[in-house]
Write a protein that binds this ligand. Structure first.
Ligand code: NAG
Ligand code: NAG
Ligand code: NAG
Ligand code: NAG
Ligand code: NAG
Ligand code: NAG
Ligand code: NAG
Ligand code: NAG
Ligand code: NAG
Length: 527
């Protein structure tokens, strides 16, 4: 069923509900304060100062009316300090924000079309100004980073569903909001952030669609200007974002936390789960994650992007698992200055310019830990203790895996299929202590052989060793490993054919499940 159809059926349901709750058909006036259940007379109303809610526990049914601001100033509907208010079924346009909700709990807003509220005209410049991802609610009124569909601050348990938001600066901004539920919304054509989550915990997103969330309809990644479909920032944690589609974004996700010098006001955004989304056409990165830890990116289908995953200063337990990354023009997955993270069970194909997976550091400390305490940047100069396990590489340019100044990392059970001029694996700079195999384990390997040990390389020339246990008789090193060789390279009795390589998560799911059990995520991995 199309989203519009669902929205329509929903609005009928809402109307029935609101009819029962009674009320005459009210014609709104500019500045009106609504204090009881209200059903508007259907109409197109010019209300430059909007209307506001003045009581808790009421319904406002807009009856498919349009509220118009006219000059992109003020707010269409203001709800400040009230709870359990239900607003639905209408259209709001030409304000600074269509709706502004603050200080309350249990509110529910549904079935609105919010469109052509504020949008920065400079965003359309050939070189638009970059957005400031650390902008704070105190900057309300800002015309570069703010304005658009909904502003929501200091609320608990708000529900937003079946909205159509389009042609604005931002779709929805959440500030200090806990346990919001955001489902079945359509976000389209915003030049800032379609959804902006700031210091908000436990946000749950399901079945939303995001289209054209990009600063400028440009293919030039230098002008994406920090625009994103979803921006999660300043200590926003424990969100679950799943089963949504993303088409044409600046970045699909920017997840971050970065304090101003010597203040701890903007700490890492952690423990967010990004699951089973479909992401297509991204100017910069499908995922950009920095100064964080414990975010999990699982089973997302990513196509036609600049970067699949661009990570910086990830301080531990970021899991990039079971994703399929096809057609990245730059790197498939790149982590800089990052430690103790896991890249497991992904399929990476057709990475045209960069490496399929790159881990790197320049070995320098760029952020004084005493000045940026809440970032907990332990060993920030390192790229160490990361794991790259059970991934499938269809490499057709550069390296499948490139480790630069990277130490103590573990790389095994990957399937590295080299096509065209692709190169296999490489260590550069001060890389040491990396291990390209584990001790033999009796657990099915990536080609369904009996034992797990090293990696499969399509250019390996050795034969199976005398034990006939699925490993090669000579170590693998294509002259690009500085120290250790892969001493247990896999001999795949049956090479994976193209259909099997397309089977995506099934092949690796066994391994992924075993691997992720420790993270109690198996409930998400039923597929
Ligand atoms: C919507 O407004 C029209 C005109 O004012 C009215 O006839 C109709 O009953 C209203 N809808 C509902 C669900 O009450
Ligand atoms: C709501 O109003 C818009 C135009 O204002 C109209 O296109 C649409 O058909 C109306 N929807 C319903 C369910 O009446
Ligand atoms: C966050 O919102 C809660 C209400 O939901 C409020 O009590 C608290 O003061 C807010 N914190 C800030 C920093 O605004
Ligand atoms: C991922 O998307 C591609 C392109 O739309 C599609 O062909 C493929 O079947 C999808 N894979 C999964 C596992 O959904
Ligand atoms: C990869 O890019 C090629 C060329 O643009 C396109 O034909 C193909 O469909 C893309 N693959 C996916 C999965 O989108
Ligand atoms: C790989 O991606 C490039 C563009 O980045 C595209 O031109 C080419 O067709 C793609 N190849 C395949 C096999 O999808
Ligand atoms: C590795 O670290 C050294 C020392 O800082 C630096 O000079 C070099 O550029 C790094 N290598 C790469 C490829 O970044
Ligand atoms: C950090 O990297 C250095 C080498 O650059 C290495 O000696 C050290 O063991 C690493 N630290 C950790 C915690 O892995
Ligand atoms: C690939 O392998 C699968 C099962 O492993 C088989 O069903 C399929 O026919 C094979 N496809 C090709 C093109 O050989």
């Amino acid at each position: 069923m199309s989203l519009l159809k669902i929205a329509f059926i929903f609005s009928l349901f809402l109307q029935v509900l609101l009819c029962v709750s009674g009320g005459e058909h009210v014609v709104p006036y500019d500045g009106m304060v609504i204090t009881s259940d209200t059903l508007l007379a259907h109409g197109d109303y010019y209300l430059p100062h909007g209307i506001s809610i003045g009581s808790s526990n009421i319904f406002l049914n807009l009856n498919n009316s349009t509220l118009r601001g006219g000059s992109n100033q003020n707010v269409g509907i203001t709800l400040d300090g009230y709870s359990n208010v239900y607003i639905g079924n209408g259209r709001i346009t030409n304000y600074y924000y269509g709706i502004k909700i603050s200080n309350g709990r249990g509110n529910e807003i549904a079935g609105l079309e919010l469109f052509a509220n504020w949008q920065d005209p400079n965003a359309q410049n050939p070189t638009p100004p970059s957005l400031d991802i650390n902008v704070t609610p105190e900057d309300y009124g800002d015309k570069k980073n703010f304005g658009g569909g909904m502003w929501i601050s200091n609320n608990n348990g708000i529900k937003l569903h079946h909205h159509y938001l389009h042609d604005q600066e931002n779709g929805v901004d959440l500030f200090n909001v806990t346990d919001a539920t955001i489902t079945n919304n359509r976000f389209e054509t915003h030049v800032g952030w379609c959804l902006h989550i700031w210091k908000s915990q436990g946000t749950s997103l399901n079945k939303n669609s995001f289209k054209n969330c990009v600063r400028r309809s440009s293919k030039d990644r230098d002008f994406s200007g920090n625009s994103a479909a979803v921006l999660i920032t300043c200590g926003s944690s424990d969100s679950v974002i799943q089963s949504s589609t993303f088409v044409n974004s600046g970045s699909a996700f920017i997840i971050s936390g970065f304090p101003t010098l010597k203040k701890d006001e903007c700490c890492p955004s952690t423990s967010n789960i990004i699951l089973q989304n479909k992401i297509d056409q991204v100017v910069r990165g499908a995922f950009e994650d920095s100064f964080s830890n414990q975010n999990q990116y699982l089973s997302n289908n990513i196509t036609n992007v600049g970067y699949g995953f661009l990570g910086m200063y990830l301080s531990g337990n970021t899991i990039i698992g079971g994703n399929r990354i096809t057609n990245a023009t730059h790197h498939g997955i790149i982590l800089g200055h990052s430690n103790n993270n896991q890249i497991v069970g992904n399929i990476i194909k057709n990475t045209t310019l960069g490496n399929q997976i790159e881990l790197w550091t320049d070995l320098k400390e760029h952020y004084n830990p005493l000045s940026y305490q809440c970032l907990q940047l332990k060993n920030q100069q390192n790229s160490s203790n990361n794991e790259i396990i059970s991934n499938i590489f269809e490499a057709n340019s550069n390296f499948a895996i490139n480790l630069i100044n990277t130490t103590q990392s573990l790389i095994y059970n990957n399937y590295i299929n080299l096509l065209k001029k692709a190169k296999s694996i490489k260590e550069e700079g001060l890389s040491f202590g990396n291990q390209w195999y584990t001790a033999k384990q009796n657990f099915p390997n990536i080609c369904n052989g009996e034992n797990t040990g090293g990696n499969y390389y399509s250019d390996y020339t050795g034969k199976e060793r005398w034990q006939k246990d699925g490993f090669g008789d000579t170590p693998y090193n294509d002259n690009n490993l500085i120290n250790e060789y892969d001493k247990l390279p896999l001999i795949c009795k049956k090479k994976l054919n193209s259909t099997e390589r397309e089977m995506d998560f099934k092949l690796t799911s066994l391994f992924l499940k075993k691997y992720l059990k420790t993270f109690k995520l198996s409930k998400f991995l039923t597929k």
